[in-house]
Every structure is written in C-alpha cells, then in structure tokens.
Design a protein. Structure first.
Length: 233
C-alpha cells in the first residue's frame, strides 16, 4: 500500500524546486563580447541577412490580419564595438495604417552563431501616441544573445536578449528537417525552434528554412505568421 504524501512536505519540495529553477533562469548574464570575433556579414544558412532583401509576411490573429514587411537594410550600427546589420520591420493593419516599426541589430560571430544586439521599437497607439517600451541596446541597457546557434541541434535553451525585468527572451532548437508550407512555397529541411519570454506566458513555434530564414511562426495565443514573398534589391 502506497503511503500518502504529507501536503506540507510536497508544497515545500515544489516551492524549493521552482525557486531553484527560477534562480537559474535569473542568474547574472553578461556574455564576453570581443568585436574581433564578429563579422557584419550574416550568412548563416538558416538565418541569412543579405542587404537589400525584403520579406513580406501575413499575420493572422482571430479576425485581425496584419502585414509585416522585413527589410535587411544596407545600414550598419556599431554596438559594443561590433558592426551590426540593421533590419527594419514595419507592421501595418488591414486598413493600411502603420501599427509598429522596429530596427533590429544583428551580427554573426566567427563560429557562425547569429547574435541579437538590440531593438529600437516604436509602437503607434493612435491619437499621436508612440510607445518605445521594449526598446533596448546591448551594452547600454541590456545584454546581447544568440538568435540562431551556429550549428542548430535540439538541446538546451539559450538567451536571445536580456534586460532584467523588461526583456528576457529565450530560444531553444526543438527539431530539424521539418517541412513547412506557406504562401511563398514549400520548404523542407527546416529548423524548428521554441521561443518565449521569461516575463510572459505562452510560447512561439518558429520554422527557419535554409537559404531563406524565418518562414512561419505560431504562438500559443493563436497568432500565425506566414511568408508571402521575398525580393532582393
């Protein structure tokens, strides 16, 4: 006959377990960045950022449909001494009104991992109100993280961006060689990741196609983003 667990002991063990894992998740994070070990050319097979590339996505969330236009610009920004590629994002609603605009900074280290060095966010809330909450820059008010490992393989989670209590983004490679169908085409050999924020509930599943980059994303909240077109200028 099995013994009944004492409720207080179970609660104590559970509390200790959660505290331990929370402590690990919130442990000090300050990666050593040596600019000499980075390149401004981002040529990762599953996360290429070729200047002049314009990728258009549709975002569907319930009855709402948005368009996201991602442009890999020819602009560079120096962050922590590293020359970063600037990627410009614009989100527009079905009425054509701009809802959000971001400039993200990326660089690739000599081993091949793609790092995320910052985000300048402008969210247009209407009536002329613009919010920049969520913006951060590595070395100034935050720490950089890896957006795509050099050799993607299922394994431990990694930090994508870190600004305590404001931006605590995580990523983890979940599967390889998956096939995804989106309006732009059918892609095999995709890398699937799970991405989430330590400060919010829910996760995102994202698929990255070789030679293209992000082609599809699904959130636990029901939002789906799909690649519609790619152009090179």
């Amino acid at each position: 006959m099995k013994k009944k667990a004492f409720p207080g002991l179970v609660l104590l063990c559970l509390t200790s377990f959660l505290a331990s894992h929370l402590s690990q998740a919130r442990e000090p994070y300050r990666p050593l960045i040596d600019p000499a070990k980075f390149s401004s050319e981002v040529s990762h097979p599953w996360y290429p950022l070729r200047p002049g590339t314009v990728m258009v996505y549709t975002e569907k969330e319930g009855d709402e449909i948005r368009t996201r236009t991602v442009t890999v610009t020819h602009d560079m920004k120096l962050v922590m001494g590293v020359r970063c590629v600037v990627v410009h994002n614009v989100v527009t609603g079905a009425n054509g009104h701009e809802q959000e605009e971001t400039d993200d900074c990326f660089a690739q280290d000599k081993e091949g991992s793609v790092w995320y060095f910052g985000e300048a966010l402008r969210e247009f809330k209407g009536h002329g109100e613009v919010s920049t909450e969520g913006s951060w820059e590595a070395g100034t008010n935050g720490q950089p993280g890896i957006i795509m490992p050099a050799h993607p393989a299922p394994g431990p989670a990694y930090r994508q961006a870190y600004l305590p209590n404001r931006v605590e983004d995580m990523g983890q490679v979940i599967a390889l060689n998956e096939t995804v169908i989106v309006p732009f085409g059918t892609f095999s050999s995709c890398v699937r990741t799970k991405e989430w924020s330590m400060l919010e509930s829910g996760t995102d599943k994202k698929w990255y196609a070789k030679g293209v980059g992000l082609v599809r994303a699904e959130s636990t909240g029901g939002e789906v983003m799909s690649l519609v077109s790619v152009q090179h200028h």
